[in-house]
Design a protein around this ligand. Sequence first.
Ligand SMILES: [Fe+2]
Ligand SMILES: [Fe+2]
Length: 165
Amino acid sequence: MKKIRHQSIIKKHAGDILSCEQMDIEKKCIQHGSYSVYDHSLFVTSMCITLSKKLHIKVNERALVRGALLHDFFLYDWHEPTKANRIHGFTHPGIALRNAEKVFKLGKIERNMIKRHMFPLTPVPPRCREAVILCLADKICATYETAGGFRKRLKKKFRRTDKNA
Ligand SMILES: [Fe+2]
Ligand SMILES: [Fe+2]
């Protein structure tokens, strides 16, 4: 797992989210490669903070952190081969939003972040800066996590080939 930056900012704004009981489900469910949904959500949140700082984009930091942490709050294993999971990519932002609203009080920014984070797979674009940043951060992190798994498999394969040579 990659070391998570900005941990104090994340804890300051979203300690209640990090310690909520639903996070136990996120910790058990794999997102990409060896990253659980929980690891992925933390990584994406930290990437959102990094992007907003590096690109000097003025944001509502609290909303950015909370929306990013909750963007994949769908709370099931999307790798299970069920009919519903075939369209997970399209449906999970709405499910995550409904789940998050049951547990936390969300503002307009957080709602837009969660609902629109899969753009352009889901066709309606994000409407605020925080949601655009999340959209970008999610793709960067997902690529890194997936490529990490691919790198590991490749290394293993070459190690095996070396032994057989
Ligand atoms: Fe997602
Ligand atoms: Fe995500």
